[in-house]
Design a protein around this ligand. Structure first.
Ligand SMILES: [Zn+2]
Length: 130
């Protein structure tokens, strides 16, 4: 299904049960846009975690870390509202061996993306939060 914001192709992924509780929507999966990074809930995700690198090389190879970072992007849009959730999801990503701030810096530097939010600004805000 194309992105509702920009019409670019999306990648669909299952949301792990331990992360679902922290997400704005508790559906089984979500989609992420390969261009603007908008995340939308999905009722019919694949059962396996996809490779997120078609979205950006900034995503790590570790599946748990990659899916946690994709979930984090769903929350970053409303940083103030989802403070605790962001903290929980970022911690989950870090326990799976990823550096969240470094990931966001790499996303911001990816010229193939046209993020729908100001990645650099959100990174600075997140830095103060976690
Ligand atoms: Zn999009």
């Amino acid at each position: 299904m194309p992105c509702q914001r920009c019409g670019a192709p999306t990648l669909s992924f299952p949301t792990p049960a331990d992360l679902r509780a922290h997400l704005p929507d508790d559906r089984a999966g979500a989609t992420i846009c390969t261009r603007c990074l908008a995340v939308a809930p999905s009722d019919e995700p694949p059962s396996d975690v996809p490779d997120f690198r078609p979205v950006s090389d900034a995503f790590p190879r570790n599946e748990e870390a990659a899916v946690a970072l994709a979930c984090l992007l769903a929350l970053l849009d409303s940083l103030v509202l989802y403070r605790d959730e962001i903290d929980a999801v970022a911690t989950y990503a870090e326990t799976h061996g990823t550096d969240v701030l470094r990931f966001l810096e790499r996303l911001d530097a990816d010229d193939d993306l046209k993020p729908h939010f100001d990645v650099a600004r959100r990174t600075r805000q997140l830095e103060q939060l976690i």
